[in-house]
Design a protein around this ligand. Structure first.
Ligand SMILES: *Cc1c(COP(=O)(O)O)cnc(C)c1O
Length: 291
């Protein structure tokens, strides 16, 4: 698949100049970091002659949609274990359109993914296990390539983190290229310091890593009127959509750190747009009632 992810320049009232690596433009559905994470997993599946991807996610998972779309594109079958009771939403509708089979799974059984896989597909040689969110060593290799694509040095790179796999890949890329760049990671979950342990599973040298754990806005997929208002201003100011679950929390963190003087406005800043714009649909009532 041809990759289109330009680095674009933006300016806002609170930061005169910053760059954004537009991984959201790679594909509307195989979005952003989810393509980076799937790329080498798909190669492994192909090498092992597996033609049926089996994966896991919540009812608004960007990873499920990416896996569904990629499977259809590359002629593979796809099945997803979806956490929780049977629901319908825009995201799952698209997954079904792409031909993915959905198996709704109660929260208790969902906890043991290997068990679920083995029970349903253990005897099926065609099936290939992909962890929730695509988390894997292969995913970090794909994400490290983001750094290889940059054509100028940055003082700071920012990314949002859910599992920390993308961040681990970026850090790998920074260290491998011996860059003098700080990787600023914004966990979108409450208690996000666990992300450091996750990153350490894939990369030993954490010297260039800084976590900003205070920008979760109440926790995963939680939001506040302040964040919604930030998204509206940011989008109309820059012409770039951001999602409330991940990228809005990252851009808000950049703004806050700049305003607190912790990031200098004349430093070279790159934000990674990891895509996931369908996350907006998961909160459409909150957006609608804010206008
Ligand atoms: C999944 C996702 C992330 C988090 O990536 P991790 O590798 O799990 O940390 C960030 N941004 C968007 C838009 C995502 O969909």
């Amino acid at each position: 698949m041809q990759i289109f992810s330009p680095t674009q320049h933006f300016s806002t009232t609170w930061l005169p100049s910053f760059s954004v690596k537009r991984d959201d433009l790679i594909d509307p559905f195989i979005s952003g970091n989810k393509w980076r994470k799937l790329k080498y997993l798909l190669k492994v599946a192909q090498n092992q002659k597996k033609n049926h991807l089996v994966t896991f996610g919540g009812a608004y998972s960007n990873h499920l949609l990416a896996t569904a779309a990629a499977s259809a594109r590359f002629n593979l079958k796809a099945t997803a274990f979806v956490r929780g009771e049977n629901v319908q939403n825009e995201m799952l509708l698209l997954c079904k359109l792409y031909g993915m089979t959905l198996i709704f799974t109660d929260r208790d059984s969902y906890k043991n993914k290997i068990d679920l896989f083995n029970t349903h597909f253990g005897d099926d040689e065609q099936c290939f296990f992909i962890d929730e969110g695509g988390a894997s060593y292969e995913a970090t290799v794909g994400c490290a390539e983001i750094i290889d694509e940059l054509d100028q040095p940055f003082d700071h790179i920012f990314c949002a983190a859910g599992t920390g796999t993308t961040a681990a890949g970026l850090l790998k890329g920074i260290n491998k290229n011996q860059l003098n760049t700080t990787l600023n990671v914004v966990p979108v979950l409450k208690g996000g310091s666990f992300i450091e342990t996750e990153i350490a599973k894939y990369e030993n040298d954490l010297a260039n890593l800084v976590l900003h754990t205070n920008y979760h806005f109440g926790g995963y997929a939680k939001t506040t009127p302040e964040l919604i208002s930030f998204i509206k201003t940011f989008t109309s100011e820059t012409g770039m959509l951001i999602d409330p679950v991940y990228t809005a929390k990252m851009f808000y963190a950049i703004k806050d750190l700049v305003e607190r003087g912790q990031i200098k406005t004349d430093s070279k800043i790159l934000a990674l747009h990891t895509g996931g714009l369908f996350g907006i649909l998961g909160m459409k009532d909150k957006f609608n009632s804010s206008f």
